[in-house]
Design a protein around this ligand. Sequence first.
Ligand code: HEM
Length: 141
Amino acid sequence: MYPILLILHSSLRWLILFSFLYALIRAYYGWLANQKFNKLDSKVLLITSSLAHLQLVIGIVLYFVSPVVSYFLHNFKTAVHQEQFRFFGMEHALMMLIAITIITIGSVIAKRKATDKGKFRTIAIWYSLGIILIVAFMPNW
Ligand code: HEM
């Protein structure tokens, strides 16, 4: 199960990166050029946040089956000083959790905004923050 999850988790990052890039381009363009928030924009919002949640679920399962994390948790005192173990055992998981929370909050707020400009602006700002964290804490580029 571990190798399959790792391949899934690793491949899904590209889908996430490209779909978020597309969502961000639409959001900034919609915001700055005063576009209408249409059905495609709603779909993009739904697909991007669903992809992020799928990655979250895979990531959480991976956390409990990964030998790297297992070593980190069982040898915390020494592993916390070893960059690779600390990265997967703490930094990556925690920062990605925060990034996905930011994305989720952004998409919920965007849906509730009354104006199209407000929706685009909310997505642009919250998704930008989320994607910066994802890019910064993503391993194996
Ligand atoms: C958008 C969010 C995320 C992205 C883009 C992402 C991306 C990645 C990538 C590219 C790898 C390296 C895969 C490889 O070595 O082939 C990885 C590993 C890992 N990720 Fe994530 N990740 C995300 C969220 C999460 C979350 C939320 C968790 C846990 C709560 C998590 C847990 C892990 C673990 C445990 C590994 C290392 C497994 C190992 O090498 O044994 N990830 N992640």
